[in-house]
Ligand binder design. Structure first.
Ligand SMILES: [Zn+2]
Length: 158
């Protein structure tokens, strides 16, 4: 029950295809963020209404359309600034961080050591115990030092 309520409070997004990097970072923060390349804005509105998603666009024209759900005009071209523009709507939460595949938006699942052994470099395997896998694209995740840098950066921005 508590989890359901948490999910309900967490906004979901649909992004225009020139916001690919922002989508990746929203997923890294644990947000459900979809992006369908080359679809019409009409279809974006349709999906947003169906899935209750906030629309993120860089087009002032699109941002003025009427929609059942919120449309936010993203002004910057830099993802750091774009994330900053979403302050107040999104936040950094340790519990959510790196729970979703940054490539395809799927929730990650814990992966057994024997499953990842042949798939990651030896030193990575030997120095980490928790691995996660995206069941859609097969990408394997672990909390390496690269994640600490990104995490720190995101905390600072948000
Ligand atoms: Zn994936």
């Amino acid at each position: 029950m508590i989890n359901q309520e948490k999910n309900r409070a967490k906004p979901k997004f649909i992004l225009r295809d020139n916001l690919g990097k922002l989508a990746k970072f929203l997923r890294l923060l644990g947000y459900d963020a979809v992006l369908y390349p080359k679809i019409s804005f009409h279809n974006v509105l349709r999906i947003a209404a169906k899935d209750r998603r906030i629309i993120l666009t860089r087009s002032p024209k699109e941002s003025k359309q009427t929609s059942k759900y919120r449309i936010i005009l993203i002004k910057s071209v830099f993802y750091e600034k774009q994330l900053e523009e979403l302050k107040g709507i999104i936040e950094f939460k340790e519990d959510y961080f790196a729970t979703r595949c940054s490539l395809c938006n799927r929730i990650l699942e814990p992966a057994k050591a024997e499953f990842v052994k042949e798939k990651v470099p030896k030193y990575v395997f030997e120095n980490n115990k928790d691995f996660f896998v995206c069941k859609k694209c097969g990408k394997i995740y672990w909390q390496g030092s690269h994640f600490d840098d990104i995490k720190e950066k995101l905390i600072k921005i948000l």
